[in-house]
Write a protein that binds this ligand. Structure first.
Ligand code: IPE
Ligand code: IPE
Ligand code: MG
Length: 251
């Protein structure tokens, strides 16, 4: 497994996104309830936040609850919401100590009121921190976000605030919940599933994808470093050819 020393600090991704998957299977393999798996996923979150902070990564987005996850059994949804409240409360001091500022993306108005309050308070308290930006995707899905952006955009076109033919990728991005964030260069998914599950559909157009069989509750700093080392070996061509990329890096 990779250590922090094996990472080239000059070639770090600015933004890493993670689909934290496999809590239910982890617990069921141990003969426990799925909820036990979610509770044990908190340590993996802490490890990932610390690893990203130690490396000096600027943005870390964690997919914590999707729009589709509302369709899970009610007890599981309730348990996830309670866990969210407890975790924010318990982890707040450590976020402050590590200079982390908290942000959320998603349809946050659909979250229970106590969750919304807790999140707003934590966002406010960490607002002046200038280390890692930790973005939680909650009640989030890529299609919801794009549709939502389209609704706002259609209104702006109707009200003559923007002309449809003036719209480009950069101006469209400003309508997304990630307007203030750079696109992720690396997307990690745990648990051996090879899909995107409606996460950051627009933003990952050119992200490097990294899949690992590790189930989320077993994910540790070293696994995060492994993903970064793997990322650093990739050649990111953005449609060009290798020779062009190599001559650009020399010049
Ligand atoms: C990810 O783990 C956590 C959430 C989606 C909230 P899962 O709960 O999806 O675990 P598996 O994929 O069923 O094992
Ligand atoms: C994706 O995991 C959502 C989160 C990690 C929050 P899921 O477990 O819900 O995804 P699917 O259903 O396997 O695609
Ligand atoms: Mg899953």
């Amino acid at each position: 497994m990779a250590t922090i020393e094996s990472i080239n600090k000059e070639k770090l991704p600015i933004h890493v996104a993670v689909i934290m998957d496999g809590n239910g299977r982890w617990a069921q393999r141990k003969g426990n309830s799925r909820i036990f798996g979610h509770q044990n996923g908190v340590l993996a979150v802490r490890q990932t936040v610390e690893a990203a902070s130690e490396l000096g990564i600027q943005y870390l987005t964690l997919y914590a609850f999707s729009t589709e996850n509302w369709n899970r059994p009610r007890e599981e949804v309730n348990a996830l919401m309670s866990l969210l409240i407890n975790t924010i409360e318990k982890e707040l001091d450590s976020l402050l100590e590590n200079n982390v500022s908290l942000h959320i993306i998603g349809d946050t108005e659909s979250l229970p009121e106590d969750v919304q309050k807790q999140l707003s308070a934590a966002i406010e308290k960490t607002r002046n921190n200038n280390g890692l930006n930790l973005v939680l995707a909650l009640s989030y899905s890529g299609r919801w976000e794009i549709l939502n952006a389209m609704r706002k955009l259609a209104l702006d076109v109707k009200n003559n605030k923007i002309q449809a033919n003036e719209l480009g990728c950069d101006s469209f991005s400003q309508y997304l919940t990630t307007a203030d964030l750079p696109d992720p260069e690396l997307l990690i998914r745990t648990s051996g599933e090879y899909r995107i599950s409606n996460f950051l559909l627009w933003q990952i157009a050119y992200a490097e994808l990294y899949f690992t069989d590790i189930l989320w509750p077993d994910f540790r700093k070293e696994h995060f470093f492994d993903a970064i080392v793997d990322f650093q070996k990739r050649e990111r061509r953005f449609g060009k050819i290798s020779e062009q990329i190599n001559s650009e890096s020399v010049n």
